[in-house]
Write a protein that binds this ligand. Structure first.
Ligand code: GLN
Length: 382
């Protein structure tokens, strides 16, 4: 019998998104847990993939990505944020946001490097840092407003701080950075060599006229940042697993050294279809409005329930409190809500290393009208 080596991630189980989706399926509950749309993407995009497959684009793409897609990404960034990334040397197409994040961390984090993250945090940051021997320092943002005390963040910085990971707009809290947050960040990284990994996969989903302040708008930050984005979120195709990393050439050169052995390259016909589709900016500039209607519908319906509704400034997630309903912890409550009331959610404690429980759950509203109506009917009975 072979003796198994010790686990590199002894404290990691299956991600909460998979757990809750499995529970939802097992109990035929409406799945508002894992973040993915339950409606079809635009048929024009689908037929474009078909077109490129039939035209014979079925072999490896160049390792940095197909040229038309890298150019389309550079154009989108330029139009949205008035800054240039060179398509060839500064943009790398990745197999989704998570791979880009993994590769960025793998590229730069060495043993004992410190990495600052903001919790509630998307669940891949910390294990990936640990996998490469890094040490995570965390700032806990808390309900109800999830604000950041930048003085406390400054106190987390040491000589060993190699990277700060940001997620703006934030999954799961829906919090969006304000100009003040960015200015504070600029101050604390000034005169340091700290890199920034900026996970902006919900960049095009901000509400009530809020602007998305991408890291790339600020030259002092751009020069040290890896900007990560995702077509899954932009065009409702999370299963296609295509995203990208935009970063200055010196950072991109290093990123690609790892990327080439990590995935080598990404699905060719899908890249070409995305490039074609992006030519028309109408295909993405109304995304905030599209999701704001869903958010407002959900919030209006929830106002007739016993749940408390927290702010939602961006992303397609709504945070809820349930103090009037139960004193169970959020994990038990989310489990019970799935099994008894047939609505699956994600407990916020899953986004904190220390499992901070503030009795908050997350609902995904990237769903068809009927799905949201049905979920609201069930939630009203809780
Ligand atoms: N980003 C999605 C979410 O937050 C899911 C990602 C995943 O399932 N790994 O729900």
């Amino acid at each position: 019998m072979v003796h198994l080596p010790s686990s590199k991630l002894p404290n990691v189980g299956t991600t909460i998104f998979t757990q809750m989706t499995q529970l939802a399926n097992q109990h035929q509950a409406i799945n508002l847990s894992q973040g993915f749309p339950d409606f079809l993407p635009d048929s024009g995009l689908l037929s474009s993939v078909d077109h490129f497959i039939k035209k014979g684009f079925n072999q490896y793409a160049p390792l940095g990505g197909m040229i038309p897609l890298k150019e389309a990404i550079a154009t989108k960034i330029e139009k949205s944020h008035q800054t240039d990334y060179h398509p060839d040397s500064e943009i790398t197409v990745t197999a989704g946001g998570t791979q880009a994040i993994f590769t960025a961390i793998a590229t730069f984090i060495q043993k004992e490097d410190e990495v600052i993250i903001f919790e509630p945090a998307y669940d891949c940051y910390e294990p990936t840092v640990e996998l490469f021997g890094g040490i995570v320092k965390r700032f806990e943002m808390k309900a109800p407003d999830y604000s950041i005390d930048w003085n406390v963040v400054k106190g987390l910085i040491t000589e060993k701080t190699k990277m700060i990971i940001l997620n703006n707009p934030n999954n799961p809290s829906g919090k969006v950075f304000k100009e003040n947050d960015i200015q504070e960040l600029i101050k604390i990284v000034k005169d340091t060599s700290i890199l920034i990994l900026s996970d902006e996969v919900y960049e095009n989903i901000t509400f009530d006229g809020r602007e998305h302040l991408s890291i790339c708008r600020y030259p002092e930050l751009k020069e040290r940042s890896l900007l990560i984005a995702s077509f899954g979120k932009l065009f409702h195709v999370t299963g296609w697993k295509v995203g990208y990393c935009a970063a200055p050439k010196a950072l991109t050169d290093e990123f690609r050294k790892v990327h080439q052995f990590n995935v080598f390259c990404v699905n060719t016909p899908v890249q070409l279809a995305l490039a074609e589709y992006m030519k028309n900016e109408e295909h993405y500039i109304h995304l905030s409005q599209f999701f704001q209607e869903k958010r407002d519908f959900l919030r209006k319906g929830l106002s007739n329930t016993s749940f408390g509704i927290l702010d939602c400034e961006g992303t397609y997630f709504q945070a809820l409190t349930y103090d009037k309903i139960s004193d169970k912890n959020d994990f038990e409550f989310a489990t019970e809500l799935t099994i008894r009331h047939k609505v699956a959610s994600v407990p916020f404690s899953a986004f904190y290393k220390n499992r901070l429980n503030e009795n908050v759950i997350r609902l995904c509203f990237a769903k068809k009208q009927e799905t949201l109506e049905q979920a609201l009917e069930f939630l009203a009975k809780v």
